[in-house]
Every structure is written in C-alpha cells, then in structure tokens.
Design a protein around this ligand. Structure first.
Ligand code: DQA
Length: 144
C-alpha cells in the first residue's frame, strides 16, 4: 500500500515560520515521522512539497491508480483553489485534508475550505500530530 503526503505553499518554512502558530518542527521532521510510522505498518509513504498550484495539480493527477490515500495540507490554497478541488474530485483517490493550526479559530478567511467537500475528511488544530492522526486513520482503514 502507498500513501502520498502533499504539502503546499510556505510549508517548506516550517520550524521557522510563525512558530507561535505552527510550532518548531520542520517539514523534514514531519516527513521522517510519517515515513517511520508507515514503515512500522508496512505502508510506503512518499512525501512532496511545492509552493506552486499547478505542480500540486500535476501531483494529484499522477496519484490516480498509484496511491491508496493522499494526506494533503494545501496551506493557503485550501481557501481558494478550485483547481486543486477539481483535481481531487477528478482522481477519486481518497484524501484527508490536514492543517497544523485550527483554521476555524483563526481569521475569517481561513474558516472556509474549498477542498473539504471533496475530501474524505478534515483534521486540523492538532499541531503536527494532525498528519500523524491522518496516517493512523489510513493504517486502520488499510488493515480492514
Ligand atoms: C495551514 C493553515 C492555512 O490557513 C495557512 O495558509 C497555512 C497553513 C495549517 O497547516 O495550519 O499555510 O494549512
């Protein structure tokens, strides 16, 4: 089984980016944690980050028929990218939307996710553990 972990714009700066909101864990740390947990569970975890919307669209399109699940933190694109939403709807790979911060208790413009209606579900506000919770859910589902 294979899981794709996708991260959107500015998440390459995790660790030093607004640490009071996003914490001090780097993206590399998160990716290593997910890969380690995947290994324990016998699941291959591939990780990819881009600041570019079209590159993320390409990755989602290429995931069709290759990955069992996608874990996606689309960052700011969450709130307005219809292109990403359409790509997710097109490929029919079940996707869990994740956010480090609780987007519902931040600025109004972060409350809405245009991706949520085409995602399997959304996990937010748990810090970097949002990603781990998503992977844990996937591990359980793949074991069934
Ligand atoms: C984020 C929340 C978004 O609103 C923001 O644009 C991000 C990160 C999060 O993980 O909390 O870049 O997706």
């Amino acid at each position: 089984h294979k899981v794709l972990v996708l991260n959107g714009p500015n998440l390459n700066l995790l660790g030093t980016r607004e640490p009071e909101i996003y914490g001090s864990t780097t993206l590399q740390d998160i990716e290593e944690m997910l890969q380690k947990r995947g290994q324990e569970a016998g699941i291959e975890v591939d990780c990819f980050q881009s600041n570019h919307e079209g590159v993320l669209v390409d990755k989602i399109q290429a995931a069709r028929g290759v990955y069992d699940y996608i874990i996606f933190n689309a960052a700011a694109f969450t709130h307005y990218s219809i292109a990403l939403r359409d790509a997710i709807a097109a490929v029919e790979v079940p996707l869990i939307e994740v956010h480090i911060s609780n987007i519902h208790k931040r600025e109004e413009f972060r409350h809405n996710s245009v991706l949520a209606p085409v995602a399997m579900g959304q996990i937010c506000g748990l810090g970097v553990e949002s990603y781990l919770a998503a992977l844990e859910a996937i591990i359980y589902k793949l074991k069934k």
